[in-house]
Design a protein around this ligand. Structure first.
Ligand code: CLR
Length: 390
């Protein structure tokens, strides 16, 4: 039958979940879903997708000039999309509902140093629970490459699909260049979650996202699924343009296209040597990626995601859904109690690694360069150890 992916005993709860989703817009994370669609992984782990091709990230600063670095930022960005948007399907058979992080939840990990790269470390903190917002910072000191961003979602339902507008953005900074630092504003694509009725959800990307560098180089990435450019799923076309005052703009316009989960090529790149980045493909992500290294739960602090959710995650993995739901309720109750206690004491939960800033001058300046959207309501900056102030 059509909904073959739904276990017979969970059909009615899936139907009622889908009905709730359809008549609702806002924060999906709070809806109760049937067990077969639950993932044992918290959303605080998702920023790790940015780092799973560590060489592409750290070698951004090897670019010989602004143009080369802009190409490298775009290449790294495109190469993260497969992990970000198709890896749950590959690992668990379909998109699943991640654990909804608690306020203050933390996630740390790293991609260790090797002969070809320095160490890249990741710090993640859940900075808001209602609505859920996750802030992250990924840093490679040797390369001088840093990514700071935050991520939220606004969801709605349209002709059978869940539409997810991502709120938040990321800023990539290259430190220590002879000319100082270089900063890139990275916006995020829109998601469509299809396959809902069948109980086997998967993501397709749509619309466009942008990468604006403070020196004027600008990428726009257009996403299409089945039946648009080529009939293939997961298709994109990126255009990288030089700054407006560039003497030879048409010679330095780059166009790259292909599929973000397999390969993409340069369809036009004049005035620039693609050999500089060493492959006939622009991106090729068919090979393995490198997952983040995380300390064992026994060595983690009590706010660290895998330790905090251990019993719930084990319940989900072992099919022990009563245990999972009992343990989840415990966590939620203790969170409710903490919020009540804070109100009673007139205090507020203090973030550990990030700080909310009222307005974001950098975002406004870079978004204005390409006529971007008005700034989102909030922005977070990294204030943890080795926060950089240059
Ligand atoms: C989080 C930020 C990452 C990219 C990313 C990938 C998958 C998205 C996730 C983000 C947010 C939460 C999300 C998820 C897919 C499904 C899940 C939208 C944007 C929702 C909450 C669960 C829906 C329930 C189902 C019917 C699957 O960089």
């Amino acid at each position: 039958t059509e909904d073959a992916a739904v276990p017979p005993a969970q059909k009615s709860s899936w139907t009622s979940f889908v009905k709730q989703v359809a008549s609702f817009s806002g924060d999906l994370s709070s809806l109760t879903a049937p067990p077969f669609i639950l993932s044992p992984v918290s959303l605080t782990e998702f920023p790790a997708y940015w780092g799973e091709r560590p060489e592409l990230f750290s070698s951004i600063s090897d670019g010989v000039d602004e143009e080369d670095r802009s190409v490298r930022v775009l290449k790294w960005f495109i190469a993260t999309l497969k992990g970000q948007y198709t890896s749950r399907n590959e690992k668990m058979g379909s998109e699943k509902k991640p654990l909804n992080p608690v306020l203050g939840e933390l996630f740390f990990g790293e991609w260790p140093e090797t002969s070809t790269r320095g160490k890249t470390s990741l710090t993640v903190e859940q900075v808001s629970h209602h609505p859920p917002v996750t802030a992250y910072r990924m840093y490679n000191a040797k390369a001088g490459v840093e990514l700071v961003g935050f991520s939220g979602q606004k969801t709605s339902f349209s002709s059978g699909s869940i539409i997810v507008k991502q709120t938040g953005h990321a800023v990539l900074t290259i430190h220590g260049l002879p000319e100082g630092k270089e900063q890139y504003l990275i916006t995020l694509p829109r998601l469509r979650i299809d396959g809902i009725w069948y109980g086997s959800p998967y993501i397709e990307l749509s619309d466009s996202s942008f990468i604006q560098c403070d020196n004027g180089w600008f990428s726009s990435i257009e996403y299409k699924g089945k039946g648009y450019f080529s009939g293939k799923p997961h298709t994109f076309k990126a255009t990288l343009l030089p700054p407006e005052n560039h003497p030879q703009p048409s010679e330095h316009t780059h166009i790259m296209e292909g599929t973000w989960h397999e390969t993409s090529t340069y369809s036009k790149t004049s005035g620039f040597q693609p050999e500089l980045i060493g492959t006939p493909y622009f991106t090729d992500v068919r090979g393995p990626k490198e997952e983040i290294s995380v300390k064992p739960e026994s060595e983690q602090g009590e706010w660290e995601s895998r330790r905090l959710w251990k019993k719930v995650a084990d319940g989900i993995k072992n099919g022990d859904y009563d245990v999972a739901s009992r343990e989840k309720t415990k966590i939620e109750n203790s969170q409710r109690q903490m919020r009540k206690d804070e109100i009673a004491a007139g205090t507020r939960w203090e973030l550990k690694y990030f700080e909310k800033i009222p307005e974001d001058e950098l975002y406004e300046r870079l978004a204005a360069m390409y006529d971007g959207q008005p700034p989102t309501e909030e922005m977070y900056i990294y204030k943890g150890p080795d926060a950089l102030k240059d």
